[in-house]
Design a protein around this ligand. Structure first.
Ligand code: PMV
Length: 326
């Protein structure tokens, strides 16, 4: 009853910000993302009569009580379905440092869900696994299917699931992640999203989303990179406008974030096709086609205050692996 899973983080072209049901983590809108090859979590889990309580260990990282509680809640959901009352030992490792400010909840809850379901011998479909991952952390459902993924908002737990639109080898894109120095202490996404209705722009965001979703689907279908980039940027700015106008306001960007945005726009003026997107932190994801990776990496050398650069390819979804962490 010991299994290990590996799951990628993902970057959303259409973002998830705000829920229509907090407990079920039903999103206010559908979202679309790409799995990231170089930002992954590996989780090993064992259920056994030998354990008198659940143990959770993060290798190389500090963990809060709150995070451990969320993990145990997820184990409880799976134990309930399996009708098994065994305690578990969970060991988990991210290949990107937590201090880098990259959200680990998507890869973390996807890996945990896949590993725990297998360890409990649950025979679940991919759709069911995405629904379970969603209950742990919304964006985690998008890390389960492969490649380019659509999370249908749905209107109930059963209808809010993720599915692959295209496999990882469909389009050779890159997500060049720039980790900026001195990330500000941030407000977590669960807490941050709770204030979404206080933004006067949230309603207009929701009204404008169907058109952007259609455009991203068209861009993916036609492999129209400029359309994908333009809408991804527009969407990122739209989500951050909502965040900044919530009460209390959330400013995830810092000065370095803005410097990068400015430079990306200059590079585009020089005919280099590259676009940015940003999640709940100051780090910037640069989206480009593989053929332009080298030139963009050269340009990045000229930027200041970048701590780390991670070049991601589109990746497969969460899956079991044979190498256990304990
Ligand atoms: O699932 P959470 O709580 O980690 O939410 C993630 C939300 C954003 O990263 C800000 C946007 C997105 O869709 O990935």
């Amino acid at each position: 009853m010991k299994t290990t899973a590996l799951a990628p983080a993902n970057i959303a072209f259409i973002k998830y910000w705000g829920k229509k049901d907090e407990n079920l983590r039903l999103p206010a809108n559908s979202s679309i993302s790409m799995n990231l090859s170089e930002a992954t979590t590996v989780t090993t889990i064992e259920f056994s009569k030998r354990f008198s309580k659940d143990q959770v260990q993060f290798l190389g990282e500090e963990t809060s009580e709150k995070e451990i509680r969320r993990i145990i809640d997820q184990l409880d959901r799976l134990r309930k379905i399996a009708k098994k009352d065994l305690k578990a030992k969970v060991v988990t490792k991210n290949n990107f440092p937590k201090s880098s400010g990259v959200a680990s909840s998507a890869s973390g809850f996807a890996a945990l869900t896949i590993a725990a379901a297998a360890a409990l011998d649950l025979k679940l479909s991919e759709k069911e696994l995405t629904i379970l991952a969603r209950l742990g952390s919304g964006s985690a459902c998008r890390s389960v299917p492969r490649g380019f993924v659509l999370w249908e908002e749905g209107s109930s737990s059963e209808t809010s699931f993720a599915k692959s639109l295209y496999p990882e080898n469909y389009w050779d894109l890159r997500d060049i992640l720039l980790i900026v120095k001195k990330p500000a202490k941030k407000v977590g996404t669960t807490e941050g999203m709770e204030g979404v209705n206080t933004s006067p722009f949230f309603t207009s965001r929701l009204l404008s989303l169907p058109v952007r979703i259609e455009k991203i689907l068209t861009a993916l279908k036609k492999k129209d990179f400029d359309l994908l980039g333009q809408i991804t940027e527009e969407e990122c700015i739209n989500m951050h406008a909502v965040m900044m106008t919530q009460n209390p306001p959330l400013f995830y960007w810092n000065g370095v974030t803005l410097d990068i945005i400015k430079e990306v726009r200059n590079w585009r003026d020089e005919n280099l096709p590259v676009y940015f997107t940003i999640d709940a932190g100051p780090n910037v994801h640069l989206i480009c086609e593989a053929k332009n990776e080298k030139e963009i990496l050269n340009k990045i050398q000229t930027l200041e205050n970048i701590e780390k650069v991670i070049v991601n390819k589109p990746a497969q979804g969460a899956h079991l692996i044979t190498k256990n962490l304990f």
